[in-house]
Design a binder for this molecule. Structure first.
Ligand code: JHZ
Length: 395
């Protein structure tokens, strides 16, 4: 273990007003490094049913994410020979944003999504969605009703899976022999370099390097045949995996070398990260407490899962922040877990007389600062929390 973030509430367990005086369930958030396969993981596994049966995160709330997924569709259909009506399956398909691009390109689509509120949203958006986790039984059902898929995608879902070997076996069952599996995960070198400690939460069981992923897929006689480096979620990778083993990918070799140079298999890299995270915690808390003491009005922007980790770990609660602005209807009018800050619609931000706004959704800095340019023009300031607290203003 190289980092302990303490006992924290689940990052997406927003509260109703009636619940804020109740004791909240807390779970340990300790992070481990495996010196055998270089995988970084948390070992306290909260049952997925507790976290994903009702889910507040909606993919289509960010234009940046929509652009990324539209590009994924283009890259995927370019990477293998596809025919009209070939099947594309998306695991953890959320509101169907990604599949909508495949559907408009003329392919058959099927979403697998466990959260009932989100699966309903996808169906309302016209995307056929099976409300289920991706299990062996689900695979048998898909094979009977839809047959094998030419493309299987999983964006920001693989890190959420406890039995990753079982998950890979399932994808192999459903994937056409000429097909491709495409996975997007946050990339651990980015997390380490940019101190993105708040992306560590109970939903994310694994934090992947290519070294760990390559070992994993090689063990299933599959090959990583291409890699795209992405800027989304603070730095991610999109990997293209063929069900055929022993294929060579020069770009993968290059990236594996870079990881070796970074020291990805050396525990010291992680210990250093943990030290920096500790320093950041006190810098951010001190900065915001000082501003508050001088009478400034401080709010936050975005109520992402990671924001709740940052607030709880740094001890920033409703005595410092008046409210959090967010555009997701499933989060509005609720309270942040542990810190009990009201989440309100982003449409009220410009009228809020905020002096300083903590950007919890720091991964959308450009999108949000562009959108809220008027606030900056009028003398407002954003506090960007990572990799060190920084103030963005036009003054
Ligand atoms: P965002 C998600 O984490 C969920 P989160 C998930 N667990 C995962 O694995 C990671 O991604 C990788 C709001 N917003 O995308 C919307 C505005 O209000 O950083 C969201 O609530 N206005 C699957 O939750 C939040 O900010 C805006 O203009 O950390 C951003 O959440 C924009 C752009 C966003 O993910």
């Amino acid at each position: 273990m190289f980092l302990s973030l303490g006992q924290l509430p689940l990052a997406n367990s927003f509260l109703l007003y009636d619940q804020i005086n109740n004791e909240e369930p807390l779970y340990p958030l300790d992070v481990y490094f495996c010196s055998v396969c270089s995988l970084v993981q948390i070992t306290d596994v909260v049952p997925p049913e507790v976290m994903f049966t009702n889910y507040p995160y909606v993919t289509g709330t960010s234009q940046t994410m929509k652009n990324n997924l539209s590009e994924l569709c283009e890259r995927a259909t370019y990477s293998i020979a596809m025919q009209e009506n070939d099947l594309v399956i998306d695991i953890g398909s959320n509101d169907g944003t990604l599949l909508s691009y495949f559907k408009s390109s003329g392919f058959s689509t099927l979403g697998i999504e466990p959260a009932s509120n989100i699966a309903k949203l996808a169906s309302e958006n016209g995307i056929e969605t099976l409300q289920s986790f991706f299990t062996n039984d689900t695979c048998s059902q898909i094979l009977k009703t839809h047959g094998k898929a030419k493309i299987i995608t999983g964006t920001n879902v693989f890190a959420h899976v406890d039995d990753i070997n079982g998950f890979i076996k399932c994808t192999k069952r459903v994937l056409h022999p000429d097909g491709i599996l495409i996975i997007e995960v946050p990339y651990i070198p980015d997390m380490l370099k940019k101190l993105e400690f708040d992306t560590i939460y109970h939903e994310h069981l694994s934090y992947f390097s290519l070294s760990a992923l390559n070992t994993l897929f090689t063990g299933h006689s599959m090959s990583i045949v291409n890699v795209d480096k992405l800027t989304v979620h603070g730095g991610s990778i999109r990997i293209y995996i063929s069900p055929i083993g022993n294929q060579h990918c020069p770009y993968l070799e290059e990236l594996l070398d870079e990881e070796t140079k970074l020291g990805i298999s050396d525990i010291n890299l992680y210990v250093k990260f943990a030290d920096e995270v500790n320093k950041l915690k006190s810098q951010l808390k001190t900065m915001l407490s000082d501003l508050k003491q001088t009478g400034k009005k401080i709010t936050a922007y975005g109520a992402p899962a990671k924001g709740n980790i940052l607030l709880n770990y740094c001890g920033i609660d409703n005595t410092i922040l008046d409210c959090v602005f967010d555009n997701t209807p499933f989060k509005q009018n609720l309270f942040t877990p542990g810190t009990h800050i009201p989440v309100v619609s982003d449409s009220t931000f410009q009228q809020s007389n905020t002096d300083f706004c903590l950007l919890l959704a720091w991964n959308y800095e450009k999108e949000i600062l562009d959108k809220e340019n008027e606030y900056l023009e009028n003398g407002g300031a954003f506090v960007i929390p990572i990799p060190y607290p920084r103030i963005e203003s036009k003054l």
